[in-house]
Design a protein around this ligand. Structure first.
Ligand SMILES: O=C(O)CCC(=O)C(=O)O
Ligand SMILES: [Fe+2]
Length: 347
């Protein structure tokens, strides 16, 4: 039987998944070289610290977020069950298009020459239809856990968004008018990276930025996420491994926050490497605006000396550009010093 690219029962790495001759595994810094901020949400200096972390790193860990470990354990165990299903069962809910809901690879995978050591499942809206196909006799526990997690994580998302907007100088009144998509429509990406006999030859997820305002990432405690750190006092540009600390979430700043902050906040490039012994599970929750809202640099941040660096863009427009242009999507809406939008036919 031919191997499905997401059936990872391989004895050795097939050529289709072998990245070893490519340039994707550059230098990774030893653990501890430059540290990703850990932010306590009850810190009296929260706003200042979050602002610094968004500017300097575009990624940080949060503690004291108020989400019960029990919900996280349940999410982990439901995800484990989902990815442990036989591949034929998972293919019953296969995605039919890049960004749609369902089982499959990540939307930008056509831009990479090899398959990633990864399988994903995207939930948009209710997981009910899919869950009924996956577990005809008992679909309710999966749905209940996902709904409960979404509710908890959505209010955390708002709390973070609020703090970040304060750090950009907005006031409460302005923040209350910021349009955020209803939690019932927001997407969650569930990811599994099976253990791999030869992890140095594969890549769990290729380098990318997330597209929304911010991503809240749950992980099952197996490390693998790395962020691209720009040159600084500690060293040259390098991949830095995000530590796994029980019950802390990883927050990534996405493209739309970079646009909203007129380029001040860093939409961090990240990737995932794979473990020899343990399956990594992660779940990303992508906070974003409603589909018809144009996101543009905050007027507060624009002044006589600083014009807008990006033209307004909606979330679906940005996603379409990412599918087509991958890492050059933001260049297509960039405004240069003379106020011109770059010619995207040249990208
Ligand atoms: O699995 C991870 O740690 C990262 C996943 C990710 O970057 C994504 O889903 O966008
Ligand atoms: Fe990501």
């Amino acid at each position: 039987m031919m191997h499905h690219p997401q059936n990872f029962q391989f004895d050795s790495i097939p050529d289709s998944h072998d990245w070893s001759d490519l340039y994707y595994h550059p230098f990774a810094a030893p653990v501890g070289s430059g540290s990703i901020p850990v932010i306590d949400l009850n810190d009296p200096k929260l706003i200042e610290k979050i602002g610094m972390a968004c500017k300097e790193w575009g990624v940080f860990l949060i503690s004291n977020h108020g989400i019960e470990p029990e919900i996280l354990n349940q999410l982990g165990s439901q995800m484990h069950q989902l990815f442990a299903l036989p591949v034929e069962a998972k293919l019953k809910v296969a995605k039919t298009d890049g960004y749609g809901a369902g089982y499959g690879g990540i939307p930008i995978s056509p831009h990479f020459p090899k398959y990633m050591w990864h399988e994903g499942y995207i939930i948009t809206g209710s997981p009910l239809d899919h869950a009924q196909k996956l577990w005809p006799d008992d679909y309710s526990s999966f749905c209940a856990v996902i709904e409960e997690y979404k509710k908890a994580i959505n209010s955390l998302g708002w709390r973070l968004m609020h703090a970040i907007l304060l750090s950009l100088g907005m006031n409460e009144e302005e923040i209350n008018h910021t349009p955020i998509e209803d939690s019932s429509k927001i997407s969650m990406h569930l990811n599994s990276y099976p253990a791999c006999p030869d992890p140095d030859r594969v890549l769990g997820m290729g380098p990318h930025t997330d597209s929304g305002f911010l991503t809240i990432l749950y992980t099952n405690g197996v490390s693998g996420l790395q962020v691209l750190r720009h040159k600084d006092d500690v060293g040259p540009e390098r991949w830095v491994t995000v530590p796994v600390i029980p019950n802390k979430f990883v927050i990534n700043i996405g493209d739309l926050m970079h646009v909203l902050s007129n380029g001040r906040y860093h939409n961090v490039v990240h990737r995932v490497i794979v473990s020899r012994t343990n399956q990594r599970l992660s779940a990303g929750y992508f906070l974003r605006p409603p589909v018809d809202v144009k996101v543009e640099p905050l007027s507060k941040l624009i002044g006589p000396k600083e014009g807008p660096v990006y033209k307004p863009v909606t979330w679906p427009e940005l996603l379409r550009m990412k599918c087509m242009l991958y890492d050059k999507a933001l260049q297509a809406i960039k405004i240069d010093d003379l106020g011109r939008v770059l010619d995207d036919t040249k990208l």
